[in-house]
Write a protein that binds this ligand. Structure first.
Ligand code: UDX
Length: 434
């Protein structure tokens, strides 16, 4: 009989995992306590915007390999392997809120009708998988289960593609027979020779945090270097590109901008700092990365103030509110801090985004205006501010934009526009680090 899989949590990680594992040929139940999400998904309607997701979702529902349920007890009883993909948001002190993980662990304990593997995909502080193991032992009074740490490295916007072509699969597993089960589940990745890293729980957990903290460090580093380039009259793009020619550095994650956002970097860097504090280990580099990132967001408005004099009664057209392109996700998006500050400074704000307007509306309601068309956003604007690197912004007709606006200032925080063409069209152009 083939391995029966349940994935608990149908956010980015859980949903992509459930669909991906079903596509590998496994039989999967995707479970979420939110009935409205389950209702939509079972009809093949995506609950998140993610490339190719709808196609894979429909195809696996039709094949009969992917089912949905809001009944956690049923879903766990009917599984040999339970993947955990619930949220671990940060608490006010920066440490991770594990209440959703705890709820799943308790549900597993109450429905332990045979041996089960619990594979934790959610990002959890180092020590959590060991804690889960102990809690299950205490609650069930048995050891008829195996906990496995299987952190996820999916990028939003490319999550399906990343699931099928990961750089590596990390599995913290201290049990040989569970290893065999996981190898079988991930067989298609074995066949394409994806590197598998087998290690203990703590190593697997730390690999995830160290990877994200390092990438965040690269971004904050290049952002500060961009600020310096600006002051010195250097071009950060040439600097970054040439730095990247050194194989030890690599050109990736060296794009300057208004600061990193999203569901991972801000939360994970804070969790690393909190782990350092808890264990009395200096994590000053990561602490500084967090500070520099906050500063980078504020800097956008500070620079605008220097350029425009004051923000009072100024109309600002913000292009892009998603935390990065190709997603509708606005979690920790730098645009949130920037728009908040612009309003505080007395500006009127109109925003455009190809995908994220609805999510942004939930945050700002009627405090700002939302536009479906780029040119409507620019109507009577004093300044055009690019906050997300959507491709559609690269081809804006700057002549038309100039006619639409009342001012002639462009602040391109993501460096997506052509400065030359902006200047030719009579704009004063400011980018990040160039
Ligand atoms: C990230 C990690 O890449 C992924 O491995 C992890 O599992 C989850 O977090 P994601 O949050 O989807 O993925 O986005 P990513 O593409 O990594 O970008 C994160 C943030 O950094 C975005 O706000 C992006 O705009 C910013 N960024 C990224 C830069 O400002 N410059 C860069 O060079 C790269």
């Amino acid at each position: 009989m083939s391995t029966r899989i349940t994935v608990v949590g149908t956010g980015y990680v859980g949903l992509v995992t459930a669909i991906g594992l079903a596509d590998f040929g496994n039989t999967v139940i995707a479970c979420d306590i939110d009935k409205s999400i389950i209702d939509k998904l079972s009809k093949g309607i995506p609950t998140i915007f993610e490339h190719d997701l709808e196609e894979y979702l429909k195809r696996n529902i039709e094949s009969g390999r992917l089912m949905f349920s809001s009944q956690i007890d049923f879903s766990i009883k009917n599984a040999d392997v339970v993947f955990v993909g619930v949220g671990t948001p940060d608490k006010p002190d920066g440490s991770a809120d594990l209440s959703q993980i705890e709820a799943v662990v308790d549900a597993v304990a109450h429905n332990m009708n045979g041996h089960k593997i619990i594979a934790v995909k959610s990002t959890v502080p180092v020590g959590t998988n060991r804690w889960i193991e102990n809690r299950l032992k205490t609650e069930t009074g048995s050891t008829n289960f195996t906990v496995v740490s299987n952190p996820e490295f999916l990028r939003e916007g490319r999550a399906m593609q990343d699931f099928f072509h990961p750089d590596r699969v990390v599995i913290g597993c201290e049990d040989e027979s569970a290893k065999e089960v996981l190898k079988e589940i991930y067989r298609p990745l074995y066949l394409i020779q994806t590197p598998f890293v087998w290690c203990n729980f703590e190593t697997a957990e730390l690999i995830k945090y160290a990877s994200n903290a390092f990438l965040a460090t690269k971004i904050s580093f290049i952002n500060q270097m961009a600020n310096l380039a600006e002051a010195l009259g250097a071009d950060i793009h040439q600097v970054a590109k040439t730095m990247g020619m050194d194989g030890r550095i690599s050109p990736k994650f060296l794009h300057p901008g208004p600061g990193f956002g999203g569901s991972c970097f801000p939360k994970d860097t804070k969790a690393v700092a909190a782990m350092g504090k808890k264990h009395n280990v200096q994590m000053t580099i990561v602490e500084e990365v967090i500070r520099a990132n906050e500063q980078q967001k504020i800097r956008v408005v500070e620079r605008l103030k220097t350029i425009l004099g004051s923000m009072k009664a100024k109309n600002v057209a913000v292009l892009g509110v998603a935390f990065k392109a190709e997603t509708d996700d606005v979690r920790e998006s730098p645009a949130i801090a920037v728009v908040e500050k612009l309003l505080e400074e007395g500006a009127s704000v109109r925003v455009h985004d190809p995908k994220a307007l609805d999510n942004f509306k939930k945050l700002f309601a009627d405090r700002i205006e939302y536009c479906e068309r780029i040119m409507d956003t620019l109507d009577e604007a004093d300044c055009l501010l690019v906050m997300t690197e959507w491709n559609s912004y690269r081809s804006i007709d700057l002549n038309e934009a100039g006619n639409q606006m009342r001012g002639k200032t462009i602040f391109d925080a993501r460096n997506v526009l052509d400065p030359e063409s902006a200047r030719k069209n009579g704009f004063e152009y400011f980018g990040t680090g160039r």
